[in-house]
Write a protein that binds this ligand. Sequence first.
Ligand SMILES: [Zn+2]
Length: 257
Amino acid sequence: MSLMQQILALHSVDVQVRALRGRLDSAHHYLKTQETQMKDLLAQRDEVELQRKHTQAQAANLEMEANGVGIQIQKMRDELNNSGNTKQYSAILSNLKSLELQKDNFEQQAITQIEKVEQLVARIAQFDVKLTDRTTLRDKAAAEMNERTKETSSRLGELDRERASAASHVPAPSMLIFDEVANIHDGEAVSPVMTVDARSREYACTACNVEIPYQLYSRLLGDGTSLIQCLSCKRILYLELAELEAASKRKPVAKSS
Ligand SMILES: [Zn+2]
């Protein structure tokens, strides 16, 4: 096998490994997204719940204050009934009025806080509905993830072994190039060269369409001891069988580089 044939063999198993791993990764990513969204929702719900507790405590305090003032008012009414003279009576009456205002004020504030509590309780209920939906989605994502893992793990193990075996035939420097380019292009490490115009020796990389100089093209027709990369996209270039045949017809001495 020539170096390029080894690279093509490696590429054919590498794309399968990537596709399968990609499916697993996307299921994993989807599950993680669902978990993050649930965590965010729970954090928001906790915050509103904290506000509710705080507001409820405030409402209870205000009610207690109003009750306290209510007791004072009751006492003062008794004093009013037992007051000895007009001066004393009007003094108590004025105090009583101010206490009643105070009580009203506390009660109004308590009502405002209770209304706030009701709004917060409604918001918490909305969060609970969302959380129920999210939980369903998260559970579905987890089941999907398990299913895919079960489905693909044995095939992935097989492919990993095939890839390792194909890679073992490729010399280390070429392997480095292959891995680098495959990572850049998401597995698309190789690209056939196409003839744009044979008479004017115009050739191009099929993947990126950038022109391949004749000098590189003729090296592809050579002994194939080193990899030739596209000057633009860096993909490893090769000639497909039809291209090789056409080239050898055009130029019977193509074997020498
Ligand atoms: Zn290219």
